[in-house]
Design a protein around this ligand. Structure first.
Ligand code: S5P
Length: 465
């Protein structure tokens, strides 16, 4: 086995770590460049590195059943560990297969068993997190990740925020200190890299809003009045449950709203599935929303050009904008959809919109770039957009509210690919704010008791995070 120093010198020799002036993909000029892909050309070094990664997990006493390398560079490392130590491996596909099973993970995903992630370099931690999300979708849990080199640009803190502990064999400055000692680089190069790392740190301490209460978030200057009302209701009634009342008649909807109104902060409707829509029925729902103090959210999922959605929002038989506090829209058509919707409102302080950043259904097309662009669109329209439909927290802005559908008391999938997560997973682990529950309540033999259970589970998860 090589010593740590010898290994660092070998990495330097094969130019896996280089110093100078490098223009990165982002356009930033960096004084350091790390590329561990070259290691596959040096099998004995690859074996040494893999052994170090395995030892790190042993030292940290991580308990795991399987391991998974983040594609592609860490794949051969994970394979070496798997073969040398007889540990089952999982492979995360970069793209889901578009034929056959559409699997994103290959290998035996034993439900709720822990999978250890192996990575070569961590910068922001996003690749590790993406891999963890996909593994968790496949049913295994991720608690820890082992990385050969931590670039010290916020990855450890970002992953910690997502409840993943990162253990690194080397830090970038640790590697550099060895190279300075061995006179391979100059001390001023170390200083230069240190100041580069300090300036380019992806961990934003603003993420402390995870610990801001709903009440405090409601009091932020930029929080929209509708969001403020919702935050207030949530704190007053101690509930972050939005009931998705997907029934087809108002007698049932009004009865449910009356019986479980005390447990919810919001009721979500699909007016176009109601068989007896009428202004009178909507008036009755409004009255119940006042009596029990909850908001009304019409899940219309607008998806057209601005001019069309404007008419769909205000006109037709439903006249949605007359009665719903919140509606939602896809960001796919671009910002014109938001401008179109809000242009019809005389008073923007009483109506608000959620943008759909992610969906709960399997195989949906919203990728991370789409999500990011949706968050940017929301930020540009803070006078109307108050948050997101998403499967985990997508925005660091404390005024934004995150609503997550696909919630039941146990994980699972329905017959059409709807994926279910638990209130604890959604609120505590994934940092969302509001659980949207439909069939979890409507299909229960005792809907009132079950609604109360969801309210308690959602609120407990909020208090625990
Ligand atoms: O991605 C989404 C977005 C929404 S708004 N996935 C969803 O399931 N929804 C809605 O949430 C969906 O239209 C339905 O009204 C509700 C979930 O219902 P459940 O019965 O599966 O809980």
């Amino acid at each position: 086995m090589l010593s740590r120093e010898e290994l660092v010198l070998r990495l330097f020799e094969i130019e896996a770590v280089k110093f100078g002036s490098f223009t990165l993909k982002s356009g930033i000029v960096s004084p350091v460049y790390v590329d561990l892909r070259v290691m596959i050309s040096y099998p004995s070094l690859l074996k040494e590195v893999s052994e170090l990664l395995w030892k790190k997990a042993e030292e940290a006493n991580v308990q795991y059943k399987s391991l998974c390398g983040v594609p592609y560079t860490a794949l051969p490392m994970a394979t070496c560990i798997s073969v040398d130590h007889d540990i089952p491996m999982l492979i995360r596909r970069k793209e889901a297969k578009d034929y056959g099973t559409k699997k994103k993970v290959e290998g035996n995903c034993e439900k709720d068993s822990v999978c250890l992630i192996i990575e070569d370099v961590v910068t922001t931690g996003s690749s590790v997190y993406e891999t963890a999300e996909i593994l968790e979708e496949a049913g295994v849990r991720v608690t820890d990740a082992i990385v050969l080199l931590d670039r010290e640009q916020g990855g450890k803190a970002n992953l910690c925020n997502k409840n993943i502990t990162l253990h690194s064999v080397f830090t970038l400055t640790g590697v550099m200190k060895i190279l300075v000692e061995k006179e391979k680089i100059k001390p001023n190069q170390l200083q230069e890299v240190k100041s580069f790392l300090a300036k380019n740190n992806s961990f934003k301490p603003s993420t402390i809003h995870r610990s801001l209460s709903f009440r405090e978030r409601g009091m932020q200057k930029q929080t929209h009045p509708v969001a403020r009302r919702l935050f207030d209701i949530m704190e007053q009634k101690q509930t972050n449950l939005c009931f998705s009342a997907d029934v087809d008649n108002f007698a049932e909807l009004l009865e449910l709203a009356d019986k479980i109104g005390q447990y919810i902060c919001c009721i979500k409707t699909h007016v176009d599935i109601m068989e007896d829509f009428s202004a009178q029925n909507i008036k009755s729902l409004k009255e119940l929303s006042v009596r029990h103090n909850f908001l009304i959210f019409e899940d219309r999922k607008f998806a057209d050009i601005g001019n069309t959605v404007r008419s769909q929002y205000t006109g037709g038989i439903y006249k949605i904008s007359d009665w719903c506090d919140i509606t939602n829209a896809h960001s796919l058509p671009g910002p014109g959809i938001v401008s179109g919707l809000k242009s019809s409102l005389d008073d923007k302080s009483t109506r608000a919109c959620l943008l759909i950043a992610e969906m709960s259904s399997q195989g949906n097309l919203a990728d991370s770039k789409y999500k990011q662009s949706t968050v940017e669109m929301a930020s540009e329209h803070g006078d109307f957009v108050i948050g997101f439909i998403c499967t985990s927290k997508v925005s660091e802005n404390p005024s934004h509210i995150h609503f997550t559908p696909g919630v039941k008391l146990i994980n699972g999938v329905d017959g059409f690919g709807q994926k279910y997560l638990t209130p604890d997973e959604v609120i505590r682990r994934r940092g969302s704010d509001v659980i949207i529950v439909g069939r979890g309540i409507t299909e229960s033999a005792n809907r009132i008791k079950t609604a109360k259970e969801f309210q308690e589970a959602g609120w407990m998860a909020y208090n625990r995070r």
